[in-house]
Unconditional design. Sequence first.
Length: 185
Amino acid sequence: MENVDNSNRCAWCGTDPLYMAYHDHEWGRPERDPHRLFELLILESFQAGLAWITILRKREGFRTAFAGFDPAVIATWGEPEVTRLLQDPGIVRHRGKIEGTIRGAQAFLLIEARQGFSPFLWSFAPPPGSRPATTAQVPSQTAQSQAMSKALKAEGFNFVGPTITYAFMQASGMVNDHIAACDWG
């Protein structure tokens, strides 16, 4: 597969234009907006058991179905909205993950009021370190992602195991796992 712009990228994004754009312009860029962090965490939770490209291809459908990931709206939802979402082919239709998103929105509002969602999440970020030389050096979880997972579960979030929270930390720029040879890190 040819790399059309001759950039060195992390191998995981391959040559799919959507994946390449995500890698180049979003993944690993520090994000501090609480609503964007909520969206990213929820999308990562839906990814559990699936390939990220599946979620990325459905991201606009998720945004539409979940009211732009507005926690204040989602937190008020009940069974009628769950039933509606279970019929929506634009998203991953998983009752537990949908119900978990509603509980996550409720938890978001409590955390945001208490200390701010972004500072809460970023408190688990490790100090900046060197970038991995190879993909094989990238962990699937860390002590920090384990702590974040435990704290999020205690707040009411679901589908936020330590592997999911580590993927979230990578995506939100809390860690920089672009390999050292990647031009985009």
